[in-house]
Design a protein around this ligand. Sequence first.
Ligand SMILES: *[C@@H]1O[C@H](CO)[C@@H](O)[C@H](O)[C@H]1NC(C)=O
Ligand SMILES: *[C@@H]1O[C@H](CO)[C@@H](O)[C@H](O)[C@H]1NC(C)=O
Length: 295
Amino acid sequence: MASFPSFCYIALLISAALVSSAVISSAGNFYQDFDITWGDGRAKILNNGEILTLSLDKASGSGFNSKSEYLFGKIDMQIKLVPGNSAGTVTAYYLRSEEALWDEIDFEFLGNLSGEPYIVHTNVFSQGKGNREQQFYLWFDPTADFHTYSVLWNPQRIIFSVDGTPIREFKNLESIGVPFPKSQPMKIHSSLWNADDWATRGGLVKTDWTQAPFTASYKNFNANACVWSSGSSSCGPNSPSTSGSNNSWLSEELDSASQERLNWVHKNYMIYNYCVDPKRFPQGLPPECTATGTT
Ligand SMILES: *[C@@H]1O[C@H](CO)[C@@H](O)[C@H](O)[C@H]1NC(C)=O
Ligand SMILES: *[C@@H]1O[C@H](CO)[C@@H](O)[C@H](O)[C@H]1NC(C)=O
C-alpha cells in the first residue's frame, strides 16, 4: 500500500512539471527571462513570474534587465506607468549593447502631475551617438491600465509601437552614411528613477516624495527574437530553431495602413522631433533627417 501514494505523488509532480513548462513557453516569465539588477528589494517579481513591479522612493529607484542578449527582434512588453502624481519620475524601457561605442533603442516615460500628460521620449543610438530624440503624448492615460510598448528591430529598420500603432520609424540609411545598429547584441533594460532636474516641464516640477513609493508594473513580455549566445545567433542559417519558427518580422515593414497610423500620431501627438530643430545642429541637420521619406 505504501507504494500507491508515492506513485500518485510522482505522477502529480510529472504532470505539474509538464503544465508549468507549457505555460512558460507560451508566455514570458519574469523569473525565467529577467534579472533584477538594482534597488535593494524595490523591484519585485509577483504571481509566479507573471508580473514585475519597480518602485522608487527617496532613497533609491530600481531596475531589471533581460538574461538574454538579442540581435534583432520583435519585442513586446505591457507596462502600467506610475499613477497619480508621478512628476519627476522617469520609467525607462530600452535595449542597449555593452560596447564602448554602444547601440541603444530607448523608450522613456516622463511622469507628470495627476491628470497632466506623460511624455514618451524616444531615441536611437548607433555606435555611441544618439541625439535623435522624438517625443510624443499618448492618446490614452498610460497609468489607468497596461498598454503594449513594442520595438521591431530588423536589419532594415527600427519601429517603435504603442498598442500596435507605430509612432516612430528609424530606417537603415547606411547607404547615405548613417550608422545603423546591426552588429551589437543588446539586452532589454528597464528602470524607474528620480529625474526631477529635467523630466517634468524641463525640471520645473519636482518629485513629491510624500507620494512615494512610486510603482510601475510590467507583464506579458514577448520576444520574437534572435538570441545571441557565445558568438552566434539563434536565427543563424545552421540553427534548428529557424526552420520551425515564423521569422517574417525579420523583413517586416510598414504597410500603407500602418504608415497612415504613424502619420496620424505625428500630426496629433508628436511634441518634439530633432529633425526639425536646426538650432541644435549648427553644422546642418543629420543626414537621416533630410533623406526623403524619413524622420
Ligand atoms: C506635463 O504637463 C504639462 C502641462 O500640461 C505639459 O506642458 C508637459 O508637457 C507635461 N509632461 C511633462 C513630462 O512635462
Ligand atoms: C508569419 O507571420 C506573419 C505576421 O505575423 C503572417 O502574416 C504570415 O502569414 C506568417 N507566415 C507563416 C508561414 O505562418
